[in-house]
Write a protein that binds this ligand. Structure first.
Ligand code: SF4
Length: 422
């Protein structure tokens, strides 16, 4: 039987989809990309925003109403905390929540009378390397108990739980053996990683010693969990990418308190200044939520001005989305959708400007590019360690190559140049 996967949501979901795919492969399924070729479609979905939730339901419905009508499974956060009405309108055959997301082949076998070999499947540690393109995602922990007032993740994923470091290191070694050169550590709240006294920084040091891994990247990390030594480590490390994604959410202290975030703007600025202290360029990503309940024009203006005051290179902008069951859903002074849209457009335009400014400093300087794909015309594109998009022309360029070159120009936000001649 053939199975296709669609992931909606965060990098942790993407990482988990790869593990679920590995389980299917281990019990004899063929993994296909095109849903038109699939007998089963797994939608590993998200419920963090209403938009994501609706997207999952729409996708399930369109698959069920299409020509092939595969078995459709909604899995993960969407199945765990998604609106019941939406789940039933999706026409999906099964909803499988967090507790069972790594037992899907077995559940399908027993519930739908499918391939009996799959009935014995258990959680597999064997990743399907081909499921990633060039950057391999490694989940290091799951869950969060910070309970920010707008966030449904603690309901969807439960309390923090870290994977054993031995298991993570074995996975990293297998990925290196399979030819992956960059690994990305992901989780719901990765800064909470702990395994018998071993912190995220210790884990980084251990992964750094794995032969074949040339780049290590951290996915989003909460400001209050960043270890004091991370900036020093980043400066001395040969492999840890000079890029950190640290969610800000708002530049108004009043709104940050209302969001139940664990910092104020002064602490945020101080931390960023420490990270940038020795003038080595570090890409800085962040998330901003616009239109949180009670965010008046003055509070929004504070956010814009705060964002402008720091050298962010990558902004993810979210319109506040009411999640039933959260504290913020019950707050007064919700903002009109059109106003949220306007604010989001303003911050996104600012994000493009900041991205351009950050990227521009690399023209004429040496950067390293991990090639993700090469077009038919021979244009190789990918990302630098600082997470700046780059594209180069050259001979015999291949995906998964790391190339050091000097960008000669910037096209919008993309560094451009020629590969050095061999
Ligand atoms: S830190 Fe806050 S926003 Fe992030 S997952 Fe936990 S509760 Fe949600």
């Amino acid at each position: 039987m053939r199975v296709a996967f669609r992931t909606i949501g965060c990098r942790l979901n993407q990482a988990e989809t790869a593990r679920i795919a590995a389980q299917f492969e281990a019990v004899g399924y063929e993994i296909v990309h095109n849903t038109d070729d699939a007998d089963i479609c797994i939608i590993h979905g998200c419920a963090v925003t209403e938009v994501a939730e609706k997207k999952c339901a729409r996708l399930a419905r369109s698959l069920k109403q299409g020509k092939r009508q595969p078995i459709v499974v909604l899995a993960g956060c969407i199945a765990e905390v998604g609106s019941k009405k939406l789940l039933s309108s999706s026409e999906a055959d099964l909803s499988i929540g967090q507790a069972d997301k790594f037992s899907i082949p077995g559940i399908l076998a027993t519930r739908l009378g499918l391939d009996t070999k799959a009935a014995h499947s258990t959680e597999s540690d064997i990743l399907t390397p081909k499921f990633f393109t060039t950057r391999a995602l490694i989940p290091v922990q799951d869950g969060c108990n910070f309970r920010c007032s707008y966030c449904i993740v603690p309901e969807a994923r439960g309390n923090p739980a870290s994977r054993a470091s031995v298991e993570i290191l074995q996975e990293a070694e297998r990925l290196a053996d399979a030819g992956y050169r960059e690994v990305v550590l992901t989780g719901a709240n990765i800064g909470c990683y702990t395994d018998s006294g071993l912190s995220l920084l210790h884990l980084l040091e251990k992964i750094e010693s794995i032969h074949g891994i040339e780049r290590i990247r951290l996915s989003s990390i909460e400001l209050s969990t960043i270890e004091a030594d991370i900036a020093t480590y980043m400066r001395s490390s040969e492999k840890l990418c000079r890029y950190l994604h640290i969610p800000l959410q708002s530049g108004s202290d009043r709104i940050l308190t209302s969001m139940r975030r664990r910092y104020d703007t002064t602490a945020y600025r101080r931390a960023i200044e420490q990270i940038l202290a020795n003038n080595t360029p570090v890409g800085l990503g962040t998330d901003v939520i616009v239109g949180f309940p009670g965010e008046d024009h003055a509070a929004f203006a504070e956010t814009v001005s705060f964002v402008k005051s720091l050298p962010f290179s990558n902004l993810h902008v979210f319109r506040y989305s009411k999640r039933p069951g959260t504290v913020a859903a019950e707050m007064p002074n919700h903002i009109q959708e059109q106003e949220k849209k306007n604010r989001s457009n303003t911050v996104m335009a600012l994000g493009q400007e900041l991205k351009r400014t950050f990227a521009a400093q690399f023209t004429g300087k040496s950067v390293s590019l991990l090639v993700e794909k090469v077009s038919d015309k021979g244009l190789a594109s990918g990302w630098t360690g600082e997470y700046v998009e780059a594209a180069i022309y050259g001979e015999d360029l291949n995906a998964n190559q790391i190339i050091t070159f000097e960008p000669t120009s910037l096209s919008d936000t993309i560094l451009q140049g020629e590969a050095p001649s061999k």
